[in-house]
Design a protein around this ligand. Structure first.
Ligand code: TYD
Ligand code: MG
Length: 456
């Protein structure tokens, strides 16, 4: 083996390198952090090992750089184009993570089939046989004659083939199954995943090829999975949604070419993933009658507002302490809101269990959900339903004040478009001009919001 490919062990926690493996890092004392890595001469490292540039160009003035607007490629799925930031950027590397069986291979096969119509593509599978993939393509009614497939797991062999056929778009399914000859550890180990991905990123940047890397998220939070690659790629997309339900959400966690948190909505059907291009009202559950504990929030995921129903259930706790359980939102945030409600609203729930659910399996993490959560909880506690025509948004501060949220106007217009007639929002988000059909209560404290909805 060439001297340049000599192996080292590197501490994942502090980056120190050692010639031998040991259980504890001698530098930072962390346990079980040493992983095998291929040491390369500095010369080699300099050439875009992780960096997204293919060659050094010397110091330049930004104004002199020709920022040619790159032509984006349409993937045939507008929801996927949306999360990518308006289509696929040539030369970009995209990581798609998600639980096994959620639909990663299906999505990429569909996208590749559309792209194959006008440029050369290659699907590399280390997981499934050619028959399986061909069968799936047939089931999805895709034009199979344009799709090219390679079943192989050695990265060096793959790159050899790829250099011959020079595809413009490459799908690698999945990164955990590939290995590089330079390391001895098993495929799927942190070292292999990172090294294989580094080779592919390097290839993508040198040749301006777009590469999709599929990564399975493991139950343990995926140390050896996609997480270790997030910093190396341009875009990170994660599948949300439960395997049991039809709904599939693809969220951009990181995107060098578009808005982060952008959400693409799909339904898994018998014929593959179908786009849901107007998902606004998807996350509302149909109630015949207004029910206590339910509020409608206008959230904004990426660049588009979504109407989402929040459900709360407040119930007397059994002796021995109360619990706070959330699905789709942050539990600590709920505890904080309950404390604010007690301190500034005078309503305590120490002896109550509080459950919170965001309908439809979507995750809402923005603080703009605070007021809707708080009023849903209070509505359940008082057992008084809120009007079905009401939408709510606003961040709640620790002093009991309501803080403005970004894009308030847009949220209000979306609510009005869906027939909502009343909105309770922070004062600073009050619209400058009235919105047709929508009565807006712009308030500055939680106590005013509580009176505005009539559950004080
Ligand atoms: P898949 O794309 O193989 O998941 P991943 O690559 O993320 O592991 O999707 C597999 C699941 O999707 C499987 O449970 C079957 C389901 N499915 C459908 O419901 N309809 C279809 O048309 C296809 C192709 C798959
Ligand atoms: Mg798969």
């Amino acid at each position: 083996m060439a001297k340049s490919e000599k192996k080292h062990y590197r501490c994942d926690a502090c980056g120190a390198q050692f010639a031998k493996w040991s259980g504890q890092c001698a530098e930072c004392s962390a346990w079980n952090q040493l992983v095998e890595s291929a040491a390369r001469p500095a010369q080699h490292m300099r050439h875009a090992h992780y960096a997204g540039v293919s060659q050094s160009s010397g110091i330049c003035n930004l104004a002199d750089v020709q920022a040619a607007s790159t032509q984006r490629l349409a993937t045939g799925l507008t929801e996927l184009d949306r999360v990518l930031g308006g289509g696929l950027v040539p030369g970009s590397v995209i990581l798609i993570g998600g639980n096994p069986g959620i639909g990663k291979s299906t999505l990429l096969l569909q996208a590749l089939a559309a792209l194959a119509g006008h440029l050369s593509t290659l699907y590399v599978s280390g997981e499934e046989s050619a028959q399986q993939i061909s069968l799936r393509a047939q089931r999805l009614n895709l034009a199979r004659e344009k799709l090219h497939l390679l079943t192989e797991t050695c990265v060096e062999h793959i790159l050899e083939q790829v250099q011959k056929s020079q595809p413009k778009v490459l799908v690698m399914d999945s990164i955990q199954t590939f290995f590089t000859d330079t390391l001895q550890s098993a495929p799927g180990s942190v070292a292999q995943v990172r090294e294989s991905a580094a080779r592919l990123v390097q290839y993508a940047k040198h040749t301006n090829t777009s590469v999709f890397l599929v990564g399975h998220v493991t139950k343990e939070g995926a140390l050896a999975g996609p997480r270790v690659l997030e910093h190396m790629v341009d875009t990170v997309l994660y599948f949300e949604g439960e395997v049991g339900s039809q709904l599939r959400l693809v969220r951009a966690i990181k995107n060098r070419f578009g808005a982060v948190n952008e959400l693409g909505v799909f339904a898994m059907t018998g014929e593959g993933l179908r786009e849901i291009s107007n998902p606004s009202a998807l996350f509302l559950s149909p109630h015949e009658q207004p029910v206590p504990g339910s509020t409608v929030l206008v959230t904004r995921e990426g660049t588009r507002p979504l109407l989402v129903e929040i459900q709360a259930l407040v119930d007397q706790s059994a002796a021995g302490g109360s619990c706070r359980i959330t699905l789709g939102s942050d539990q600590n945030r709920l505890s904080m809101l309950l404390a604010v409600l007690h301190k500034h609203g005078g309503i305590g729930m120490f002896d109550q269990d509080v459950f919170l659910n965001i309908v439809g399996g979507v995750r809402v993490s923005e603080p703009a959900a605070d007021l809707a959560v708080l009023l849903a909880v209070l509505s359940s506690y008082r057992d008084v339903p809120l009007s079905r025509d009401l939408v709510i948004f606003g961040e709640v501060g620790l002093a009991g004040e309501l803080r403005p949220v970004p894009n308030g106007q847009e949220r209000l217009h979306e609510a009005a478009r869906h027939g909502f007639r009343q909105a309770v929002i922070p004062k600073s988000n009050a619209p400058k001009e009235p919105i047709h059909g929508l009565q807006v209560d712009a308030v500055s404290r939680i106590t005013e919001a509580i009176s505005a909805v009539g559950i004080g």
